[in-house]
Ligand binder design. Sequence first.
Ligand code: NAI
Ligand code: OAA
Length: 313
Amino acid sequence: MAIKRNKITVVGAGFTGATTALMLAQKELGNVVLLDIPQLENPTKGKALDMLQASPVQKFDAQITGTSSYDDAADSDIVIITAGIARKPGMSRDDLVNTNAGIVRSVCENVKRVAPESIVIILSNPVDAMTYVAYQALGFPKNRVIGQSGVLDTARYCTFIAQELNVSVEDVRGFVLGGHGDDMVPLVRYSSVGGIPIDSLIPAERIADIVQRTRTGGGEIVSLLGNGSAYYAPAASLVQMTEAILKDKKRIIPVIAFLEGEYGYDNLFMGVPALLGADGIEKVFELELTAEEKAALDKSADSVKAVTAIIGS
Ligand SMILES: NC(=O)C1=CN([C@@H]2O[C@H](COP(=O)(O)OP(=O)(O)OC[C@H]3O[C@@H](n4cnc5c(N)ncnc54)[C@H](O)[C@@H]3O)[C@@H](O)[C@H]2O)C=CC1
Ligand SMILES: O=C([O-])CC(=O)C(=O)O
């Protein structure tokens, strides 16, 4: 008899998708289906088989299947969408909007057919707008359509704070609100190290540098890689979200959620702190913001609205 495990499909077997598939299996979060286009079926099968053959060495029990058929994704508990093109140096994430909207829409039509009860996590960029596209194409309730940006942006922010102070990343807390673009809003007032507010540990001008480096963190890696974008930290972020849902951990982490009045925004997907558990987004938290923080969030929301309008919200 087959062993009963969660089923997680990762659509897009490129850099982020393949890395995510391996990390999910290594954490034994479920059986993983890695899916890409028919023209890449053999390389996708090859990547999955190669990962599977790491399992006796690393001692993880999970099946990993490469495919181009949505039948293999049937009844997935979670579907992670990484399908689409990545930006190159000199491009913004928004330059990908038209190409990736078509890809995300077609992927979601298949997901809706084979995995109608799944929770869907979107990575493809520009991710706030792509999460909107997915929501429209899937027709799922809003708690089951979630975009990834805040875990990654917060991870970058916390990395830079830990480096600045030469302390363990484990003790750094903080989060980033807003759209996944260069005007995202790292919330300094809610950031601490070992419980100590960062503004009593780091001079204001260095904090400003950290905030700015966080905002352009994706672009920094695009420039260094030369031909693609980040994938290790994005994959780790997707895995953290998947784990929170599958283990019903009730974690409070920033994710892209559908806003219907929260923070004064309506009919918009954007990054906010949320409770993640077995039902997906179980609650969105609305924080008190200062006038300055709200103005920064409004600016970020305006950018998200502009790119979302291109694909017709
Ligand atoms: N939201 C975030 O924080 C992040 C978003 N991204 C975005 O994730 C996306 C993927 O990035 P990478 O994996 O580095 O790109 P990649 O080019 O390495 O992989 C993308 C894969 O999607 C596949 N694909 C294209 N159309 C498809 C379709 N219709 N069905 C199934 N698969 C399809 C391609 O064949 C390719 O294998 C990009 O849009 C990138 O900008 C990347 C990192 C972080
Ligand atoms: O920068 C990009 O294009 C990929 C991405 O979203 C990130 O790494 O934050």
